[in-house]
Design a protein. Structure first.
Lengths: 355, 334, 311
């Protein structure tokens, strides 16, 4: 592990035991977060991205969810070996977290100020009330809330969703964590509010020099904010890469399919979107082979029987796909030009405008 | 140009809140003086954030609610006040697909009965064999196996449920579908399947779509004409490509700029962090409190929709005082 | 076509630093934890408590060792078998020499019949009221819900005494009291649930399809209310048995010489010091029924609520 690695997830497995059977929510996921970088974790529902975050914080929903294997190395310390008391020292202090629903993250019967003061008191147990209040006001101003002094005495319901989310961000960074995990932080927010909040996250990350793990189902959100992107599918990370690389030349067929499957706001208008066959897999069924193989246009026989090894590139990018494994028998049926089927045509702007 | 199918004229919906906390704020204008036309075979999109009134408008057009002002004409007939046979005739023409497919399918009914319901309700003399035949046809058309006929909704995945919802909406062969966020609850990899299906169906059956969504990229993909709403009022409307390519109203500009796109944005400018949707105002432009271009007049007088844009087609209109004087500078005034 | 070719990755190999083998495929025995949990969650205690009561209630007439009303002074106040008595009268006899086991069994069928009937009537009436209020809203809802509030303010026993004064004691009085006592809670719960269901998209879509009010109630609202009603009924069944016993104990319910648990307790209260078993045994039966139906109701609520059924 090189020195600039802050967090390393190695072969993490978190299974959820339910009445209907065992769900392999995370089933051998590996990726790293470097110091000071923003990593986007992208995946569809059921890909295991949220469960990965919960495992890092060791707040997986027990007793149903069990970490069955792997390592979570924060600056070399394995968080899985830590006791609950030891984890208290990690949560908030070294890893901060922002969740999807801002209203659920704040206590509705306490004022914003009191909640912030509580968070700050943990940092400085001896500080006076007036001192803490001053710091709370500064924390609110820092996340872009005007009239912070009067807003301290407001209750969460008097704030809009975007403002609540900024308060949770203020609380999450109050103790200067080295890693901030934001799990779908803008899903409940409007588009204009979302853009501002993403900007705030970016600003806080730079000011604090911390790393950011931004989880989202939307590749667009992650692309805007993150230096690198990790793509999860069915409990495993299928590709990681520098954002520009992922956007311009994605390696994994799933990542590529995702990019073609979404309509774009600018640029040429595709008449038909690329269509990924079938549905996201049920993580319940024990599978062999690549999880994406049943939906993949380039899958060959090898893909269906054996999960591909992960190819690491010199710049740290990774991809788990037989197409990129050197000297592997090329999957039958796969062509090197990788045509994307069913994209009928690409129409230009002019044609799209014609009315 | 095709003849108008749906005409919305000056439609408004006010809710009176009984428990007022402060005086004077007990009337909420969820939709205020909204007018637009949907032509036959066209796709019109309505965009806006939460509180824009777009879903209330959809409910009014579906006649789940009555408007408090204005009129709605469908194929020339007034439907805002229609009852009995007239309303039933309208229901044969207009069906809907909603966002949340779990809530859209009655949990204790079988798929066959869910899809068949509109037909059973409207033509109760249809024979069971005919119903089965048409259910199977539609299931096949939306890409589902007829074997799921006897399943219950909870046995299906999100994408399958939305296909069932689409099949049901087509059962009475309507001419128009109201699509309220039809794909926003679906996973990205399933979304494109449903969007393609909707576009194919439109082409095959000559359907007219009224699509409500918050995602501009999806609206761009499906619609040809776009209506942008903010706090119950239309702020801009026009051909989709023109609006998204050269947005005129300050709010539309903000919306387009804020929409995620597939590119890295370094050091995004954090202007006016605190300004968010506050409340409706009776006086002036609803966007004025957030608008960097706002002047005194914007707070006093409600702007009217005026023809705008470089190409200045009569169809592209925006409601903004500042736009009427001169075209806005690219950057807001300091 | 530039967009397309931009995405065609060259299969470059030069910059690959290492190839890490795939994580191994763990096989999980998916069935094992499921079985363990399922067994632990079954309502064993509830079934254990309720089974004898239900068997007595339904098949009692084939199980009774003696005629429950036959008076035999020779055999008065015999102790049960665990207190030194004989198997002839397994649970002993009362002051008139009637076999307590037979009376307990006979009383079970009376008590259960009254409770079932009372709860069923209350359920039907309360559901209808709640559904009407929740569906029609407005002034109708206001009126009906104020009635519910009034009803909930009147104590059951007081109501039964008033009722008995008007129509006399007996089976009808007990059933009527149960119905009047319980309908209000159904109405309240069903109204709340109806309000939630009316917000569902499928109700809106049924209206868009042109469905009539009656069809929406019958196909889209009522079936989805049933689980709530069943849970409430199960919880109330135990309470109904208790109320029936109390009314009978006060002489307002089932009249002698018929057997009923409340009657057995009231008969036995005078003999507490010599024959403690006479009031105690029917008392235990009542506790079993109330506890058993509460446990079963809790379990049903967990099972039928889809939000709780996942874990």
């Amino acid at each position: 592990m090189s020195n600039d690695t802050l967090l390393e997830i190695k072969d993490l497995r978190t299974y959820v035991h339910m009445r209907a059977g065992t769900v392999r929510a995370v089933d051998g996921a590996s990726f790293i977060i470097r110091r000071g970088e923003a990593l986007g974790l992208v995946g569809e529902s059921g890909s295991g991205k949220s469960m990965t975050c919960m495992a890092i914080m060791r707040v997986e929903p027990r007793p149903a969810a069990v970490i069955e294997g792997g390592q979570i190395l924060l600056e070399g310390e394995n968080l899985i070996d830590k006791s609950l008391e030891e984890m208290q020292q990690v949560r908030g202090r070294r890893i901060g977290m922002i969740l999807q629903d801002p209203l659920n993250s704040l206590n509705p019967v306490l004022t914003i100020g009191n909640q912030l003061i509580e968070a700050l008191r943990l940092l400085e147990p001896g500080a006076s009330k007036a001192d803490l209040r001053r710091k709370a006001r500064a924390a609110l101003e820092r996340v872009g809330i005007t009239n912070a002094a009067s807003r301290l005495d407001s209750y969460p319901f008097e704030f809009s969703g975007g403002m609540c989310q900024r308060v949770t961000a203020a609380m999450a960074v109050a103790r200067h964590p080295t890693l901030l995990i934001a799990d779908e932080p803008t899903t409940a927010l409007d588009v204009t509010t979302q853009a501002r909040f993403l900007g705030l996250l970016d600003q806080l990350r730079r000011e604090e020099g911390m790393s950011l793990l931004l989880v989202s189902h939307d590749l667009g959100i992650v692309a805007e904010t993150c230096d690198r992107v990790a793509v999860m599918y069915a409990g495993r990370v299928v590709e990681t890469g520098v954002t520009t690389q992922i956007l311009s030349a994605p390696r994994h067929p799933y990542t590529r399919a995702l990019m073609f499957a979404v309509p774009h706001l600018h640029g040429p208008r595709t008449k038909r979107l690329y269509q990924i066959r079938g549905e996201p897999p049920s993580v319940r069924a024990p599978t062999v082979g690549c999880r994406f193989a049943p939906r993949c246009d380039q899958a060959g026989d090898l893909c269906r029987v054996q999960y591909p090894p992960t190819v690491h590139y010199a710049n740290g990018d990774t991809v788990a796909c037989w197409l990129h494994v050197p000297d592997a028998a090329a999957p039958a049926g796969a062509s090197h030009t990788l045509p994307l089927q069913r994209v009928d045509s690409v129409v230009t702007d002019a044609e799209g405008c014609g009315k | 140009m095709n003849p108008p199918l749906l005409e919305v004229r000056g439609v408004g919906k006010t809710f009176v809140l009984r428990h007022q906390r402060r005086r004077g704020h007990n009337i909420v204008r969820a939709v205020d003086n909204v007018s637009f036309v949907v032509r036959k075979g066209e796709s019109v999109g309505i965009a806006g954030e939460s509180g824009s009134g777009k879903s209330t408008l959809a409910r009014i057009i579906l006649r789940l609610d009555r408007p408090t002002d204005g009129e709605i004409r469908f194929a020339g007939e007034d439907i805002a006040t229609a009852e009995g046979h007239e309303l039933m005739a309208y229901r044969r023409q207009v069906q809907a697909v909603f966002q949340n497919s779990s809530s859209a399918l009655s949990p204790r009914m079988r798929i066959r009965d869910i899809i068949a319901e509109p037909l059973i309700v409207q033509q109760s003399d249809t024979s069971p064999a005919e119903i089965d035949r048409r259910v199977d046809d539609l299931l096949g058309r939306v890409g589902l196996s007829p074997q799921i006929r006897l399943s219950f909704p909870h046995e299906l995945s999100g994408g399958q449920k939305q296909r069932v919802a689409i099949a049901r909406s087509l059962m009475v062969r309507p001419s128009m579908l109201v699509l309220d966020e039809p794909v926003s609850a679906l996973d990205v990899s399933v979304r494109s399947q449903v969007l393609n299906l909707l576009l194919d169906l439109q082409e095959e059956r000559g359907l007219t779509y009224l699509m409500i969504a918050h995602d501009l990229a999806i609206l761009r993909h499906v619609t040809t004409y776009l209506v942008i709403m903010y706090l119950g009022r239309i702020v801009e409307q026009g051909p989709t490509e023109e609006i998204l390519g050269a947005p005129q109203h300050p709010y539309t500009r903000a919306l387009v700029a804020a929409s995620p796109r597939l590119e890295r944005i370094e050091n995004r400018v954090l202007a006016a962090l605190d300004s968010e949707v506050t409340s409706t105002t009776d006086d002036g432009c609803a966007y004025a409190p957030r608008c960097p271009w706002a002047e005194a007049r914007c707070h006093e007088e409600v702007p009217r929709l005026m023809v705008v844009g470089e190409h200045a087609t009569a169809a592209h209109m925006a409601a903004c005082h500042a736009l009427q004087a001169v075209s806005l500078s690219e950057t807001p005034p300091a | 076509m530039s967009e397309m070719s931009r995405l065609h990755t060259p299969l470059g190999r030069g910059d690959i630093s290492q190839v890490v083998p795939a994580p191994e495929e763990l096989q999980v025995d998916a069935a094992a934890p499921r079985k363990r949990r399922a067994v632990r969650r079954a309502p064993i205690l509830a079934l254990f408590l309720l089974t004898p009561i239900l068997v007595f209630g339904f098949f009692g007439h084939f199980l009774m060792p003696h005629d429950p009303t036959m008076i035999s002074p020779v055999h008065a106040l015999l102790p049960p078998v665990f207190a030194g008595g004989t198997w002839e009268y397994a649970l002993g006899t009362d002051h008139m020499g009637r076999d307590l086991l037979s009376r307990l069994i006979d009383g079970a069928s009376n008590s259960l019949a009254v409770a079932f009937f009372g709860v069923a009537l209350a359920g039907a009436f309360g559901t209808a009221i709640g559904l009407t209020a929740g569906y029609l809203r407005g002034a109708v809802e206001e009126l009906l819900m104020r009635l519910v509030d009034m009803q909930l303010a009147i104590p059951t026993i007081l109501l039964a005494v008033l009722l008995a004064a008007v129509i006399g004691g007996g089976l009808t009085t007990v059933i009527a009291s149960l119905m009047i006592t319980f309908w209000a809670s159904y109405a309240r719960v069903v109204r709340g649930e109806t309000l939630i269901l009316m917000q569902r998209d499928y109700v809106a879509l049924a209206r868009v399809a042109g469905a009539s009010r009656w069809r929406i109630v019958r196909l889209h609202v009522l079936p989805n209310l049933l689980s709530v009603v069943v849970v409430l009924a199960t919880l109330q069944l135990g309470a109904a048995v208790g109320i029936e016993a109390a009314l009978t104990f006060l002489g307002l319910g089932i009249q002698p010489p018929a057997s009923a648990w409340g009657l057995m307790i009231s008969d036995g209260k005078l003999y507490m010091s010599q024959a403690w078993w006479i009031p105690t045994i029917p008392g235990i039966a009542i506790v079993m029924t109330v506890l058993g139906s509460n446990l079963l109701g809790d379990w049903l609520r967990d099972r039928l609520d889809p939000r709780l059924s996942q874990l």
